[in-house]
Design a protein around this ligand. Structure first.
Ligand code: GRF
Length: 217
């Protein structure tokens, strides 16, 4: 149920089922928490249907449990990539997510997974792609000596950080920056960027279906 107000303050109740997001993570999960917050604030019209981690002890999974969300541990150690992705597809199927949001998920998804969620998997990367893909993007930026880096939300394809770019935010590299200080400033921007990119994709999906929802900001 969504309460809308027009310019005269007249309210209208629409019976809309929110879009469902599945979150995949492997670690602390601050991007997941930021998405959860955006939904709670009412900035992002969606619901998190499940949070899955390939690392059972991931802090993000514990946060998901604290929030009362469906939180699944699906350990990946020792499991071949395609086989794992089939397990992952099976775990997601009951919740039928509209989008799958990678939030520090430290695995490359296989073609088997992407075939089922073509153009519906998003990732956030701590650099201005196509610069500095892969691991330790902030360190790569410092080592290269760039003066501006940032973060990117993109659709996931079969490559590593190669999919179509949705949104980017620039972050200046400051004199004396360490990997930690730079990562912290980029992370702040990630938290404000990811939910906006999700809203953008949901809005596009709705327009494709002739509806109009996704973001309130
Ligand atoms: C973020 O820097 C994100 O860009 C990258 O992995 C990190 C995840 O951080 N893909 P968190 O687990 O969301 O705090």
């Amino acid at each position: 149920m969504v309460l809308e107000r027009d310019a005269r303050g007249t309210s209208e109740v629409r019976n809309v089922t929110p879009h469902k997001l599945a979150i995949l993570l492997s670690g602390r999960g601050s991007n997941f928490v930021a998405i959860h917050e955006a939904i709670r604030r009412g900035d992002l019209e969606a619901e998190i249907c499940c949070v899955v981690s390939n690392v059972p002890e991931a802090a993000g999974l514990a946060r998901a449990r604290d929030f009362g969300l469906t939180a699944l541990s699906l350990p990946s150690r020792g499991i071949e990539r395609t086989e794992y992705d089939r397990l992952l597809l099976g775990a997601l199927r009951p919740c039928a997510p509209d989008l799958v949001c990678l939030a520090g998920f430290m695995r490359v998804l296989s073609p088997v997974f992407l075939a089922e969620y073509r153009n519906r998997v998003l990732n956030i990367h701590p650099a201005l792609l196509p610069s500095f893909p892969g691991l330790h993007a902030q360190r790569q930026a410092l080592d290269y000596g760039v003066k501006v880096t940032g973060c990117t939300v993109h659709l996931v394809d079969e490559g590593v950080d190669t999919g179509p770019i949705l949104l980017q935010r620039a972050v200046p590299v400051l004199e004396g920056d360490t990997e930690e200080s730079l990562s912290g400033r980029i992370l702040e921007q990630e938290h404000d960027l990811y939910w906006r990119a999700i809203a953008l994709v949901l809005g596009r999906m709705d327009r494709g279906r002739g509806e109009g929802r996704g973001a309130r900001a």
